[in-house]
Design a protein around this ligand. Sequence first.
Ligand code: ADP
Ligand code: MG
Length: 699
Amino acid sequence: MRPALLDPLFAPAATLPGVGPKIAKLLDRLLDRPAGARVIDVLFHLPYATLDRRARPKIRDAQRDAIATLEVRVAEHRPPPNARSKAPFKVLVEDETGDVELVFFLANHDWIRKQLPLGETRWVSGKLEMWDGHLQMVHPDRVMDAAALANMPAVEPVYGLTEGLFPRVLAKAAQGALARLPRLPEWIADKNAQRLRAPTFAAALAAMHNPQQPGDIDPAGPAGTRLAYDELLANQLALLMVRARMRTLAGRSNISDGRLAAKIEAALPFRLTGAQARAFAEIRADLASPKRMLRLLQGDVGSGKTIVALLAMADVVESGRQTALMAPTEILARQHFERMRPLAEAAGLRIIILTGRDKTSERNRTLAALAAGEIDIALGTHALFQESVAFRDLGLAVVDEQHRFGVRQRLALASKGEAVDLLVMTATPIPRTLVLTYFGDMDVSALTEKPPGRTPIDTRAIPLDRLSDVIAGIGRAIASGARAYWVCPLVEESEELDVAAAQERAEALRAIFGTAVDVIHGRMKGADKDAAMERFQRGETKILVATTVIEVGVDVAEATIMVIEHAERFGLAQLHQLRGRVGRGAGRSTCLLLYKAPLGEVSRARLEILRETEDGFRIAEEDLRLRGEGEVLGARQAGAPGFRLARLDLHGQLLTLARDEAQAALERSPRLAGDENRPLRTLLYLFERDEAVRLLEAG
Ligand code: ADP
Ligand code: MG
């Protein structure tokens, strides 16, 4: 149970001063808590900027276009000429060095006359501007008498808002939330607290919401670092506890002498790269051990993950159990099937594919064979983890292109058997920092080297107004036997528009190249997609216009040209994935990034990086830098821990420290039992690391 100490922080935000039902709704929206924002959510909504009102110059010395707090005498009221006039109400104020016009549009005249009585001394704070030769301050942020001045925060936090929510209301709620902070124990180990020069959790929050200087709210400053570290520590503790728990779930050792894998290796037309051999050895050791495998196989597009998976499956089959591989799309499942089947059959393995569109009779036969243990390898889409699918004895589940699936789906597949080992393959090169956060619960094997004999891809950025040159160039290339993908723009939120764009482009190209042009998109029936893919693979069609359905994994070695239309609309990682569809054979490949000019700064940087490098890991790091941790994994997926305070682009380097601290704590006490661990337990509850909390409660 949550320590009672924390209860005030988990009380509804509606209990805060100035927050009635209407404001509460706005807070729910702002803080993304449809079920109701809590005090803690308000506390964790940190200011992103400050207004610095410390400058108290004489008018003559005041800086233009900066905030100043001026002590002035009210010299003159200049109301608009008549009641219907749209002219502003102006107030001339002065000190002994000069004067300033305060400008109020659509003003409440009574309020002005009351707040700024003629002849009185007042303090006004706001941005000073030069306009038409006069100094003016349009709508001063604050108009104060001596008493109000004494209460003015010299440095005022600025919060993200939502429509209808006013800054002062939120600021007041934040102050109210601060006042609810209980005395909390220190959970960071002394030596780390010293090393980070960390203020306490409460002091850090106070510094953020009551900054004394603008630097206080800097996420990379002491307060920001402290809060980020707390969140990372909670995250690492939770991941390690979940992982330890998974490990204690009985595993089974798969006993094999590698006979079947050796047969497959012998049937390969190539030798494994060093990286593939190493990864396979790591997986093999996991499979043979009585512990449960939870391993991530990470490798850039084209690094050869599939074969590693197949070898692993062979070992498990040899030990008498079944295996399954789940791919995110039917095209991919089918491609795995086509490529694995000859190899699997060379080793005498029985392999099938199960998709959402098998005929009922066929499907029933397949299901019966799976349940009877007559199938060794089942490939498929999410159809694999539907309830009707049962295995006789599933030993290994492989999940390809993990970022398309949520954690829940992974677990659904793993629960199809007893002590199922899990291998997750991802082609999104995930920066080290993110592996630790998102997959801290998994071991990692990385394919850091590509199969030999690949020629670098010639990548060019070309403005869209040179489209006709590009088309002419493609015409020449296909005349000499090349094959090209043409990827159409991604339209946010609407698959239909994607499809329309692809169809339109295909029509335009057909008008020139006739039947050499084909189209493939997400709205086509599975069988039609496969057919289109096959025609392209066999070379019956030469130009395949596509939406991003081809993004993941599809492999046609003869395709050497990738055209990406409106490349500026794609993310860096996605562009990299798309480009990875070519450059797979020995021939020289080209990637044309067609962009609409003018390019924004970030888009330009993206295309530049792509031209510079094909190294997926570097691209991922740059991607992270360009947009923050945001969508590197197609974020927001279920199961990916969202961070509220930590930013991996700024605080990524704290992660190792947090991990070490978490590890040390759990080594001392795996369940964080006892009084001395009370602070860390409090931390977990504070950051709502539910998975771990449930383990604590399970005893
Ligand atoms: P990934 O899934 O990692 O993107 P694939 O497993 O689809 O990559 O492999 C990409 C291509 O490289 C395939 O055509 C595969 O046959 C080939 N390949 C894999 N391993 C090797 C190797 N060691 N030597 C040569 N080619 C390889
Ligand atoms: Mg693949």
